[in-house]
Design a binder for this molecule. Structure first.
Ligand SMILES: NC(=O)C1=CN([C@@H]2O[C@H](COP(=O)(O)OP(=O)(O)OC[C@H]3O[C@@H](n4cnc5c(N)ncnc54)[C@H](OP(=O)(O)O)[C@@H]3O)[C@@H](O)[C@H]2O)[C@H](O)CC1
Ligand SMILES: [K+]
Length: 509
């Protein structure tokens, strides 16, 4: 699914009005009617107080339409107009009149803290104060209204965006932002729904197709793409009946150290479980028996050194090299890595201490082959690109590094972002059960495996991240979030591939 900016959505809005020959009040009616239907489907005429807080722009206009439709349906509704300015939009004014013509309970005007109504835990609050039009921090009393709503404990449904969040710019999480229980958003989710500093304000979200012009949206380059099952399925390449193990490449995983052989074993298991034709480990000598025993399907080459890597030499022609898992950052390992980079032309996936070594030796970056995939978690990323001001700054810095060295940056998190010089992909599979030791090692193995099978590195990264998340989801279905460990994620890489072809009941992810 494409993610558009506020500017792009407003442009699509205008084009839709022209092409469909409708007014913006009509489009507002269409969008807000869908919101009303969702609310009605959930509340089923329950007799609970519904309190709708409307701004004076078009987000507020949506709130007024929702209020009117709920009143018509017999709900117990109070509409509050958050009168932060006198610049009411014309769509707001049209709908303000429609409400006033319908009921004697006219909207209540809020102009300062004295006007705030009481909000009880059992109320159903609709936040229609600001949507994608917010472009600066909230003024004083509106900010305290947001605090008042947040502290009520009531269920809060945000229309389009939780008020206080900007669609395409960083919002200081210390600012006042509606903490929505649920967000119903129009046409596409917004980028900030997925960024670590702001995602928590959104709650669960639902995207409503409000019928913006399809042709226009199809040809508009998005700010990011959300990768769910349909997108991942489109990337998957079925196997040829007459293929052999050579067709699916030979993955070489270089890493491990004394006490950390489990990590590379997890990567290797995941690589084979996701389809690599052959797998060789290159590890310090102490790993030989461990890996031959733990993963008999793999071959093992050893360094002369017992506990860490000192010289990476092998007589085979790998399709891909995965480097860094469990490898440590000793001086001899850093040197061995440099030597490897100087002679290697094969695609690479670099994780964990591999990334830490790059951070210590920035000059190594220019030795990386084009399209190298780096898979940092936030700590590793910080060492690599330095501190960032906010999530947008982080994305920009990651993008700059990707551009400078032709890299693919897989930034791991609750929503993993894959960033190239041009594009952003946001993964939509996975769960909190995957926050467990070794989960990242499994991801490295899956991405390396897909490259070894002939997927382009970017496709391998995007599909690999999705399959990894889905494997975690499938593992947690049986084992719970708490009970899922990295080995379970690796074991479910195959079922995650099978799942691409399963029809879900709700036809979504
Ligand atoms: N295409 C769609 O997705 C549709 C969206 N709809 C809804 O419309 C809103 C967007 O409405 P808009 O009127 O553009 O913006 P807001 O309602 O969010 O904000 C209103 C104006 O408030 C001003 N502003 C911005 N920040 C602040 C602030 N901190 N304090 C005070 N005022 C602020 C700003 O105007 P300025 O000229 O002052 O900059 C805003 O324009 C969208 O979210 C949907 O809910 C349609 O209903 C259907 C189509
Ligand atoms: K809102």
């Amino acid at each position: 699914m494409k993610i558009f900016s506020a500017h792009q959505l407003k442009e699509a809005d205008q084009i839709t009005l022209e092409k469909q020959g409708i007014s913006s009040v009509d489009l507002m009616e269409r969008a807000a009617t869908l919101v009303y239907e969702e609310i009605h489907r959930r509340l089923q005429n329950a007799d609970i107080p519904v309190k709708i807080f409307c701004g004076i722009g078009n987000n507020g206009g949506d709130g007024l339409v929702v209020g009117r439709l709920l009143i018509e349906q017999g709900y117990n509704v109070t509409i509050y107009v958050v009168n932060y300015s006198d610049q009411r939009s014309s769509e707001f004014l049209t709908n303000y009149d429609r409400v006033k013509n319908l009921t004697k309970n006219w909207p209540v005007l809020l102009k300062s803290e004295e006007d705030f109504p009481e909000i009880s835990v059992g109320d159903f609050v609709v936040d229609a104060i600001f949507g994608i039009g917010l472009n600066r921090p909230l003024g004083d009393w509106v900010a305290s209204l947001v605090r008042h709503i947040n502290s009520s404990g009531a269920f809060v449904l945000a229309i389009d965006m939780p008020s206080g969040l900007m669609a395409d710019a960083a919002t200081d999480p210390k600012n006042d932002i509606i903490r929505a229980s649920f967000t119903i958003t129009f046409q596409t989710p917004k980028l900030v729904f997925f960024l670590p500093e702001t995602a928590e304000f959104v709650g669960d979200y639902l995207v409503l197709d409000i019928g913006l012009d399809r042709d226009h949206l199809l040809k508009t380059e998005p700010v990011a793409r959300l990768i769910g099952k349909p997108e991942a399925k489109a990337l998957y390449r079925p196997r040829n009946k007459f293929s052999h193990k050579g067709t699916y490449g030979h993955a070489l995983l270089v890493g491990g150290s004394y006490g950390k052989m489990g990590s590379i074993c997890l990567s290797g298991t995941a690589a084979l479980r996701s389809g690599a034709g052959m797998l060789t480990f290159y590890v310090p000598a102490c790993g030989y028996e461990i890996l031959q025993t733990a993963l008999p399907e793999a071959m093992v080459l050893t360094d002369v050194h017992e506990k860490t890597l000192s010289k990476i030499e092998f007589d085979l022609d790998p399709s891909v090299i995965g480097f860094g898992v469990g490898v440590g950052t000793s001086k001899s390992t850093q040197q061995a890595f440099e030597q490897l980079l100087k002679k290697n032309k094969k695609p690479m996936v670099i994780d964990a201490d591999g990334i830490n070594i790059l951070s210590k030796n920035k000059e190594f970056l220019k030795l990386l082959p084009e399209g190298t995939v780096l898979t940092p978690h936030p700590g590793e990323l910080k060492r690599l690109i330095g501190e960032w001001k906010d999530d947008f700054d982080k994305l920009e810095k990651a993008r700059q590094l990707a551009r400078e060295h032709n890299l693919i940056m897989v930034i791991k998190g609750a929503y993993t972002f894959t960033v190239t010089s041009e594009e952003i992909y946001i993964n939509n599979s996975g769960n909190p059960g995957m926050a467990t030791a070794g989960s990242g090692d499994v991801l490295t193995g899956i991405i390396a495996s897909l490259i070894s099978q002939g997927y382009e590195p970017l496709v391998a990264a995007v599909l690999g991240v999705y399959l990894h998340g889905k494997a975690g989801d499938l593992a947690a279905e049986n084992l719970s979030y708490e009970g899922t460990i990295a080995g379970d994620i690796a074991a479910h890489a195959g079922p995650a591939i099978l799942d691409l072809f399963k029809q879900d009941e709700n036809n979504e992810n």
